[in-house]
Design a protein around this ligand. Structure first.
Ligand SMILES: Cc1ncc(COP(=O)(O)O)c(C=O)c1O
Length: 436
């Protein structure tokens, strides 16, 4: 077997040995082209992130101009650069309804989560409650690849190769209506999964729990859409037991759900929020961890000598990433892509409803919130994930990129998508289902 020089992320390299990867060469709008000139409609926005679409000259110009002026300088100690200060200002303004007051920059979603977890642990130390260190994540959660992020994540297969992970991490059940451990299918939801968070806190002892982390919609777990009241109820539980609530908005932030954030969509104000992906629409890597004023104030009041938070990445507040984010946010605002995502989401929803009605023997559930969608299929007799993989392959062969996660086809197109392009995705999906 020939050994590839490039070891790809989350890639089965042995099966690529014969076929090789699909090499994407250029992209524009919602389309990407491979090196042979074949065009694909990207119904997944790359990896849930190309919110404004590809090839936008506004971003490229902003980054080029900034590169000519200052391509990078350290943000450690007393230094900063103007674009990162402007971005912090802009984000705090945007996130005011979510209750955020300050932002810490890193490079990607994993680092944004890692930062949030470290801030949460130290928050209780600076408040002289060092015994509050445990973290609660959820089953099926994806929070990234670093050890902290992986420890609170709940996709078992992703974790097993790297154990032992952090100690003091508990996992609550996901609010997964179709796979509910508490209620038989079709019976009334009583939010037992939310109360399970309370049970875990009580069982561990509230004085030992630092933070709870949740994606408003669990994207990589299979676009798990919670019951409307779930997040509000868990937020309330966390408040009652003095457990910090971290909303991981790496996918749900920046318009995907038809609101600026998933937290706002579900009517909660977290203590910390994490962002990446849609913050720059992928033009450059950037992570951000936003905190509520009371979190920052606790650090400022600490009597510790030197930096209050001994944490930072060489590229924290990278000026090129910061201008990319500012230009990206400007596009989202001027083109009103957040309300567009809500409107197109309604259209996608109506189309997915039809798919569910048309293929009752294949489809368990077809749903979306804004432009984050799922089509869950019954597992075939060949094993879990096989039908979804075949459907995704059919779509790819017909020029449409989606992402299968187990038995779920996940959808997350750029927010600039129009009705006719949604029709193309749904019609091709229907022909893929017919072919099963
Ligand atoms: C909700 C969530 N958090 C964190 C991450 C990690 O982000 P990154 O891959 O940029 O490190 C992801 C990645 O998909 C994610 O979906």
């Amino acid at each position: 077997m020939s050994v590839a020089k490039r070891w790809g992320p989350y890639t089965q390299m042995s099966s690529l040995a014969t076929t090789g990867p699909i090499v994407i060469d250029r992209a524009e709008g919602i389309y990407v082209w491979d090196e042979s000139g074949r065009r694909y409609l990207d119904a997944h926005a790359g990896l849930w992130l190309s919110n404004i679409g590809y090839g936008r000259s506004e971003i490229i110009q902003a980054v080029t101009q900034q590169a000519q002026k200052l391509s990078w300088f350290s943000s450690f100690g007393g230094f900063a650069n103007r674009p990162s200060l402007m971005l912090a200002e802009k984000l705090v303004h945007l996130l005011e309804p979510d209750g955020m007051g300050s932002v810490f920059f890193s490079n990607d979603g994993s680092e944004a989560v890692e930062t949030a977890l470290k801030i949460s642990r130290q928050f209780w130390k600076v408040r002289s409650r060092a015994q509050k260190y445990k973290l609660i994540g959820r089953q099926h959660a994806y929070h990234g690849v670093t050890f902290g992020a992986l420890s609170v994540a709940g996709i078992t297969a992703n974790r097993q190769g790297f154990e032992p992970l952090l100690t003091g991490v508990l996992h609550a059940p996901a609010p997964y209506a179709n796979h509910c451990a508490f209620h038989a299918a079709g019976t009334q939801c009583t939010l037992a999964c939310a109360r399970e968070v309370e049970r875990i806190i009580q069982c561990e002892g509230p004085d030992s729990v630092a933070a709870f982390i949740a994606e408003p919609i669990q994207a990589a777990g299979g676009v798990i859409i919670p019951p409307p009241e779930y997040l509000r109820q868990v937020r309330e539980i966390c408040r009652r037991y003095e457990v910090l609530f971290i909303a991981d908005e790496v996918v749900t932030g920046f318009g995907r759900l038809g609101d600026w954030t998933g937290s706002r969509h579900y009517g909660i104000q977290p203590d910390l929020m994490t962002f990446a992906k849609g913050i720059t629409s992928g033009y450059l890597p950037l992570g951000a961890t936003a905190v509520a004023p009371h979190v920052m104030e606790a650090f400022l009041q600490s009597s510790q000598d030197g930096p209050e938070l001994r944490h930072g990445n060489t590229y924290s507040g990278h000026p090129l990433a910061a201008v990319a984010a500012l230009a990206n946010i400007a596009v989202i605002e001027t083109e009103q892509l957040v309300s567009r995502a809500a409107k197109m989401g309604d259209y996608l929803h109506s189309q997915l409803d039809q798919i569910a009605r048309q293929y009752p023997n294949l489809v368990v559930d077809a749903n979306c919130v804004g432009l984050l969608g799922r089509v869950e299929l019954f597992p075939s007799s060949d094993g879990p994930g096989k039908t979804a993989a075949a459907v995704a392959k059919h779509l790819l062969d017909h020029g449409i990129i989606v992402r299968p996660v187990g038995d779920v086809i996940t959808l997350s197109p750029p927010l600039i998508i129009g009705e006719s392009e949604i029709d193309t995705i749904v019609d091709t999906l229907a022909s893929a289902l017919t072919a099963q």
